[in-house]
Design a protein around this ligand. Structure first.
Ligand SMILES: Cc1ncc(COP(=O)(O)O)c(C=O)c1O
Length: 308
């Protein structure tokens, strides 16, 4: 397996002895466990959010909560807590770990513990299960050289099978794509939509830059990424032409620049797609978007602080 993936962070020994929130208690990592009957463990029946802590604030908290609550509503998963109660859980867990920044949270909400090891949601009698893992996290410097993508046979699903907008515990579609990319010697899989247009990668959203224009997929088959939406927003604010449109591998291979977006890495450059080098490596538009995004994070965090 590769040691550099989209979510590779610099090594940090403090992550060996984290305090983790599990269902109302903040406990040492080696005691942070859920039941083998848990709906999330047994069936992937749960939703999660990845969020980052900047200067004591969970950046874009409202957008993350919108996605989490919408997803849970769609599958009738009662979170049983308000957004402010969720924020308090995250704040208390971060405080227990002495964190105010450079931290990444995986908040997980599952349908809870089941009475029997079978699928029916009514068997999930004791729920939800809520877990928050917050790690010390600085994206690895090695990511700056750019990732290698391979287009993979595994495609994004149609919304009437399992809507790809669900940030569900069940990520098998993406994991199969990632395995296929590994087999092709790449770091991450570039996934197409059911019509053959370039859609997204197995763990991040995907953008290309052509002649000063920024293109990403229509959004119909990918995760409705918070970072994706923010990149579109900062481009619009700065007058950088940005389009959500269909395009194929043909245009991706000959792009001047390409990058991935996600909460962890913000904007991660792509060096290569299917063995074709992308651009000349100078990446001026990606660099500009990175600066604009950093500024948006700082502004948003300041607004969030002021609103507390
Ligand atoms: C498949 C997929 N695409 C994209 C993203 C990036 O989303 P965000 O920008 O909200 O972190 C994620 C992260 O959850 C994901 O799982």
């Amino acid at each position: 397996m590769n040691d550099t993936t989209t979510h590779t962070a610099e090594a940090d020994d403090r992550n060996d002895s984290l305090m983790i929130y599990v269902d109302g208690r903040i406990v040492p990592k080696d005691q942070a466990v859920v039941s083998v009957y848990d709906s999330g463990f047994m069936l992937g029946d749960g939703m999660w959010e990845g969020m980052r802590l900047y200067d004591g604030e969970w950046a874009f908290f409202d957008a993350h909560m919108d996605r989490l609550y919408d997803s849970c509503k769609a599958v009738k998963l009662e979170i049983g807590k308000t957004r402010e109660e969720i924020r308090a859980i995250l704040d208390e867990t971060a405080a227990a770990n002495g964190m105010t920044g450079d931290a990444h949270c995986r908040l997980m909400v599952t349908r809870g513990r089941k009475a029997k090891p079978f699928q029916h949601p009514s068997l999930s009698k004791w729920g939800p299960t809520i877990v928050a893992i917050i790690e010390h996290s600085v994206p690895a410097k090695a990511l700056a050289k750019g990732l290698r993508l391979a287009s993979v046979p595994q495609v994004r699903g149609l919304p009437h099978s399992q809507d790809p907008k669900f940030n569900s515990h069940s990520k098998l579609n993406c994991i199969i794509a990632c395995l296929q990319a590994e087999e092709a010697g790449a770091d991450e899989g570039l996934m197409l939509d059911p019509h053959g247009f370039v859609n997204t990668t197995n763990a991040c959203n995907f953008f290309i830059v052509r002649k000063g224009e920024v293109w990403t997929s229509t959004g119909d088959y990918c995760m409705n990424g918070v970072t994706r939406a923010n990149v579109v927003k900062v481009c619009r604010e700065a007058g950088i032409p940005v389009f959500e449109k269909n395009f194929s591998l043909y245009e991706a291979y000959s792009a001047d620049e390409a990058f991935l977006t996600g909460t962890f890495g913000a904007q991660t450059p792509v060096a290569e797609i299917d063995g074709r080098t992308i651009g000349d490596g100078s990446r001026p538009v990606t660099q500009r978007i990175r600066e604009l995004y950093k500024d948006l994070v700082a502004r948003t965090v300041a607004d969030q602080k002021a609103a507390r």
